[in-house]
Design a protein around this ligand. Sequence first.
Ligand code: MN3
Length: 380
Amino acid sequence: MKRKIAILGSTGSIGTQALDVISEHSDLYEAYVLTANNNVEKLIEQARHFEPEAVVIANEKHYNTVKEALEDLPIKVYAGAEALCEVVQDTNIDIVLASMVGFAGLQPTISAIKAKKAIALANKETLVVAGELIKRLANQYEVPILPVDSEHSAIFQCIEPGNRIEKILLTASGGPFRNFSDEELKNATKAQALSHPTWTMGAKITIDSATLMNKGFEVIEAKWLFDVKPEQIQVIVHPQSVIHSMVQFEDGAVKAQLGMPDMRLPIQYAFSYPKRLHSSFERIDFFKLKNMTFEEPDTKRFRCLDIAYKALNMGGNMPCVVNAANEIANHAFISDQITFERIAEIIEETMQRMSFCTDSSLETYLETDKEARKIASSMI
Ligand code: MN3
């Protein structure tokens, strides 16, 4: 029997690559549900090609367009955020790939956990905002959370059941502005940020990668996925992005997972775990790999990494505050409303102005998110 996969965010970078993996292994997997936020054209194209059981367009105003375009096919069409939460509960679904962008990924993921679906998690904001809650629910419903983020997939491939992790060595490309002077950083543009040196990704995560907030979020993500303390996670800048991350054990041994930068590998591994499947992805040629370098992250110029550590150490609703403020600031930068430097400032100021709360309920996160967005928006 083919495993049926629901892809939340099928038109994004991870979603389309997940569909490549499904095409490559169509004897094993089937795209059962596809969803998009606004990208109607691509969703329709994907639906006509893969003929899933259902599609969801989150933005309700596009419902009629999608419905009409798929009229001749036996595909159920739904719209709205509620529908996302409902569709993942279909009893036939085996795996839910959470690859939506931002806070929007949280509630459908919770809904999928409660319906006992295996979660392939690409949406890091879910663990950033609500790590404690998600971990608790995953334990309660006995649901595996399989990391799709390349670093966390690497760590997942390195860990040994029963052997304690001494340290996680989380690698970072350093982002597109790594070598910028202070002056260049001041005038950094979104176009410069969007030309990421090693990974091709969506706009939001590319800007997060330029500020190092993406790496900060990955630190938080690693804490929840692998149950380690913040001080056990060390970020190492490795611009070649060949080592996807490493784990150091109690005896000092370090294991690394290496590969060419290609997200299809971690996506495929999350689907096939614990087995590995054949792939035709590019292999590493060690003789062409002239060097691998390692640097300390520059947290003076890229303050978002420290901000994330601070939020993680504070705990409670602070990571949720940081995520919300970051989504607002990130979007404002993409829309040319603020300079690059303002991103970190807006996040820090939002943290100062928000009230701290240790409760880890969904209601608290929803409220915190709303309030933090309001405060961050008022600074733009
Ligand atoms: Mn990553």
